[in-house]
Write a protein that binds this ligand. Structure first.
Ligand code: GDP
Ligand code: IMO
Ligand code: MG
Length: 453
């Protein structure tokens, strides 16, 4: 698994998030000089288990747990400074060296009014759609089920420009105060109308002081990360990009409108980091051995029965960020093949395969039926996808505990066949298989890995 000098790779989710990206990034980080987040914010929840210790990371790149790795928050991330400081404190209190953390001066700031607006919009949407005609329409014209971390409103302000605050602004008190006077006036008017009774207006002076304090604490970490990454590349140092959220949640290519607000596929890497796309030679698409989704939106293979409940329990499918139970379903290869195309996956890592042990049969969606027609093409339009019925192929299950398997050959034949089916359908080799949350519970197929690096 040694990396060629100057090599840049990425770990990207190919489903609806929570594929085990954090575990994989942590596993690989030791071979890289820097791990870089390029999108999303504290909506991400990346769990890493090292030596039995579990860390839940939301903003800090998972590379922080590897001693020689710089952990870089790129310009494409929306940063909630209070949450970031809490996370840094949590890591320091557990003995992790956080001096290797760097934040882009151009990353946008998630402000308290963004979180208020995120929650208020979700609430208003739920109420506004209560009277919608049919149950089918209600299901797709509804709140998104966001994490309420202020992600959408912060990215909206980035696009508005005049009402945006960037990390660099936290170190410019006079400019910050002037901007916040203007912005708070505007936000108070809008949010006051949205929330109505009980709304507590934001005070520009208090907010400025709080943010200046955050700026002072973050100042040593704030840098121009585009130049920093260019310097690392020129010095021949390998870099790993850590995708947050996932390809199915990409604002342009995911199941819109039930998506997040950033380019969370591999397509976001260039814009979110300043590293040009041709520099990235390896894109590892992470695929959970079944499907999960948190929040609203279509999910053709969703299970509502005891099998779904079993998988949820065995996979501990409760959100790292919000604690919400995750929706669970069979593996949807129509979706995965589409995501592999959009993100340009050069290899796959199949995770949580151990969770499927004990299922007598394993179903895989290989096509959809829509309006009496069968198609093997994914339907990224959220409203169209809601009409799709999955067409399944059924494979025999395996009953053995595979959490101790460390080579492909140690997997039971039916588990091997399941992996081979994924590989042949998607047309991308499976380089790694994860059989448990710990770093060591991973099968690395060196032949595949060597061919793609
Ligand atoms: P991420 O958002 O993609 O980083 O994924 P999360 O951390 O939100 O969710 C994945 C969950 O599965 C975490 O609790 C991980 O510790 C756990 N996990 C990762 N890989 C495996 C695996 O192969 N088997 C099992 N049983 N758990 C895993
Ligand atoms: P990681 O990095 C799972 C989902 C939310 C919601 C939609 C929009 O841990 O895989 P947002 O708060 O971003 O506006 O919510 O996107 N979502 C995720 N689901 N894992 C994630 O991140 C997610 N990030 C966003 O549940 O449906
Ligand atoms: Mg997660």
């Amino acid at each position: 698994m040694d990396q060629k000098s100057g090599h840049a790779a990425a770990v990207v989710g190919l489903q609806w998030g929570d594929e085990g990206k954090g575990k994989l990034v942590d596993l690989l980080a030791g071979k890289y000089r820097a791990v870089v987040r390029y999108n999303g914010g504290a909506n991400a929840g990346h769990s890493v288990v090292v030596g039995g210790e579990r860390y839940s990371l939301h903003l800090v790149p998972s590379g922080i747990l590897s001693p020689n790795c710089e952990a870089i928050i790129g310009n494409g991330v929306v940063v909630d400074p209070l949450r970031l400081l809490e996370e840094i404190e949590m890591l320091r209190s557990r003995g992790v060296d956080t001096s290797r953390l760097v934040v882009s001066d151009r990353a946008h700031v998630v402000m308290p009014y963004h979180k208020a607006e995120d929650a208020a919009r979700e609430e208003l949407l739920s109420v506004a759609t209560e009277g919608t005609q049919s149950d089918a329409t209600k299901k797709v014209v509804s709140a998104i089920g966001t994490t309420k971390r202020g992600i959408g409103p912060a990215y909206a302000d980035k696009i508005h420009r005049s009402t945006a605050i960037r990390i660099g602004d936290l170190t410019r008190p006079e400019i910050l105060r002037t901007k916040l006077d203007m912005i708070c006036g505007l936000k108070n008017a809008v949010l006051g109308a949205m929330i109505g009774e009980g709304f507590e207006p934001f005070d520009a002076e208090t907010m400025t002081n709080d943010m200046i304090e955050c700026g002072k604490l973050l100042a040593p970490m704030i840098k121009d990360t585009a130049y920093l990454l260019d310097d690392l590349r020129k010095a021949g140092q390998p870099i790993l990009f850590e995708g947050a959220n996932a390809t199915m949640l990409d604002v342009d290519h995911g199941t819109y409108p039930f998506v997040t607000s950033s380019n969370s596929s591999a397509l976001g890497i260039g814009a979110g980091s300043g590293v040009p796309p041709q520099c990235i030679s390896q894109i590892i698409g992470v695929v959970k051995a079944y499907s999960t989704r948190v929040g609203g939106g279509p999910m053709p293979t969703e299970l509502f029965d005891a099998t779904g409940e079993d998988i949820r329990k065995r996979g501990r499918e409760f959100g790292t960020t919000t604690g919400r139970p995750r929706r669970v379903g069979w593996l949807d290869l129509v979706a995965v093949k589409y995501s592999a195309m959009i993100s340009g996956a050069t290899e796959l890592c199949i995770t949580l395969l151990d969770v499927l042990a004990g299922e007598p049969e394993l179903k895989i969606a290989t096509a959809y039926r829509v309006d009496g027609q069968t198609t093997d093409r994914f339907l990224p339009d959220g409203y169209l996808l809601d009409q799709a019925e999955p067409v399944y192929e059924t494979l025999p299950g395996f009953s053995q505990d595979i959490t101790m398997a460390r080579t492909f050959e140690e997997l039971p034949p039916n588990a091997q066949a399941y992996i081979k089916k994924i590989e042949s359908f998607v047309g991308v080799p499976v380089g790694m298989i994860s059989v448990g949350p710990d770093r060591v519970q991973t099968i690395v197929r060196d032949a595949v890995y060597a061919a793609t690096t």
